[in-house]
Design a protein around this ligand. Structure first.
Ligand code: FJE
Ligand code: FE
Length: 350
C-alpha cells in the first residue's frame, strides 16, 4: 500500500487487539418456535409487571437468551482497560452492532488521536467525565448520564481522554452504517443527562437513549434504526419491553443481577452480555436484594458484508485499502488531519 504524505502507517498507532481484520456476513439463528416459548407462557401468567410499551400486556413471541458472554478486562487504547462484549471472538456477528466496550479509565491512560470511518460510536458515561476533541475543532466533555452519538461517516480523527480524577467509566457502542451512509458527512448528537428522558414506574426506571419506551421517544436520530435503553430495576420489580421483531437485540448488565427472558432462567450478573432470540419483546425480573442496572440494545440488521480493519469498517477489502490511503494522505474525509496537532503527522505535499 502506498503512503502518500505520511511516513507513519496506521498500524503503528494501534498496538492493541483491535488490529485485526475480520470479514463476515451477519447471521442470526432461526429460533422463533423454540420449545422454551411454551413453558414461558405457562409460568408467565403468574406475574404482573411494568410494561415498557403500553397497550399490549404480553408478547406473542417472547425473546429469551440464546448466548451469554462474560466481558473480561483487556487492554485498549493507551493504557486503558475495557471489557469488550460485542466484538470479542465469541460475539462477532451481531449485525448491526460491531463493538460494545465497558471502559474504566484513569489519567494519563486514554484513547489518544485515532481515526474512524464507516460507522457510529455511541459513548454513554456511567461515572466521571471524558473529553473528546476532533480534527475539525469539535470539543466537549461528557459526564455521568451524558451521551455522545458520533456518526463518523467518511472520517473523523479524534481523541477521547478521561477528564475527572479517579476512574472514569462508561460504555462505548459501535453501530455499523449501511453502504449508502458509510461516506456521509460526520455528525454529532450530544445529550446532557437532563436531555435524556427518564420514566419511573413500579420500581422500574428507564432512561431512553434511543428509540422508545413507555410511550416516550428519544430525540436521537439513528442512521441505522437502533433502540438503546438504560434500565434500573429495584429489588422485586420486573419489566416487559417490546423490541421490533426482526431486530438483533442484546442486554449488557452493568450492576446487580437479573433473570432475563424466562422466569425460570438462572440469574446473571454484571459484565455479561446476553444475546436475545428473535421475538417481539423481552421480560426481565430482579429477584435479588440489590438494584439491577442493564442496557438493552436493539438494531435493524444491515445484512451487508462487513470488512473491518480496526476503526475502519467498510463493505469490501478495496474500500478498506482506500480508507487507509485516505487516512495516510489526509484526503476524502480525512483532509483536516493535515492540520491536526497530534501524535501522528500528516506532512508533505498533498
Ligand atoms: C482504540 C481504535 C479505537 N474502545 N472505549 C483502536 F477507536 C479505539 C478506541 C476505543 C474506545 C474509546 C472509548 Cl472512549 C471507549 C473504546 C476502543 O478509541 F482503543 C483502538 N485501539
Ligand atoms: Fe474514537
Amino acid at each position: 500500500m502506498s503512503s502518500c504524505c505520511s511516513s507513519i502507517n496506521y498500524s503503528t498507532l494501534f498496538r492493541s487487539s483491535m488490529i485485526k481484520q475480520t470479514t463476515s456476513i451477519a447471521c442470526f439463528p432461526p429460533l422463533c418456535c423454540h420449545p422454551k416459548a411454551k413453558r414461558y407462557w405457562f409460568i408467565k401468567s403468574r406475574y404482573k409487571s411494568a410494561m415498557g410499551d403500553d397497550e399490549t400486556q404480553s408478547f406473542q413471541n417472547p425473546r429469551y437468551v440464546i448466548k451469554k458472554v462474560l466481558a473480561r478486562p483487556q487492554h485498549e487504547g493507551n493504557g486503558a482497560i475495557v471489557r469488550r462484549s460485542i466484538g470479542r471472538g465469541e460475539l462477532k456477528n451481531l449485525d448491526p452492532f460491531l463493538m460494545l466496550d465497558e471502559f474504566s479509565v484513569s489519567a494519563p491512560a486514554g484513547f489518544p488521536d485515532h481515526p474512524h470511518r464507516g460507522f457510529e460510536t455511541v459513548t454513554y458515561m456511567l461515572e466521571g467525565a471524558f473529553t473528546h476533541q476532533d480534527f475539525a475543532g469539535h470539543k466537549g466533555t461528557i459526564r455521568a448520564g451524558d451521551l455522545q452519538w458520533m456518526t463518523a461517516g467518511k472520517g473523523i480523527i479524534h481523541s477521547e481522554m478521561p477528564a475527572a480524577p479517579g476512574e472514569n467509566k462508561g460504555l462505548q457502542l459501535w453501530i455499523n452504517l449501511s453502504s449508502k451512509n458509510k461516506m456521509m458527512e460526520p455528525r454529532y448528537q450530544e445529550l446532557k443527562r437532563e436531555d435524556i428522558s427518564e420514566v419511573k414506574r413500579e420500581g422500574v426506571t428507564v432512561r431512553i437513549i434511543a428509540g422508545e419506551s413507555f410511550g416516550v421517544q428519544s430525540p436521537v436520530y439513528t442512521q441505522t434504526p437502533t433502540m438503546y435503553l438504560d434500565f434500573t430495576l429495584s429489588p422485586g420489580s420486573q419489566v416487559q419491553q417490546r423490541i421490533p421483531e426482526s431486530w438483533s437485540a442484546f442486554v449488557y448488565i452493568v450492576e446487580g443481577e437479573g433473570v432475563f427472558g424466562e422466569p425460570s432462567a438462572a440469574a446473571v450478573g454484571s459484565h455479561h452480555a446476553l444475546v436475545l432470540s428473535p421475538g417481539d419483546g423481552v421480560e426481565v425480573w430482579n429477584r435479588a436484594a440489590k438494584p439491577l442496572r442493564f442496557v438493552l440494545l436493539g438494531g435493524q440488521p444491515l445484512m451487508e458484508p462487513v470488512v473491518q480493519y480496526g476503526p475502519f469498517v467498510m463493505n469490501t477489502q478495496a474500500e478498506i485499502e482506500q480508507a487507509i490511503e485516505d487516512f495516510n494522505c489526509c484526503k476524502n474525509g480525512f483532509d483536516k488531519g493535515k492540520f491536526w496537532a497530534s501524535l501522528m503527522k500528516c506532512e508533505g505535499p498533498n
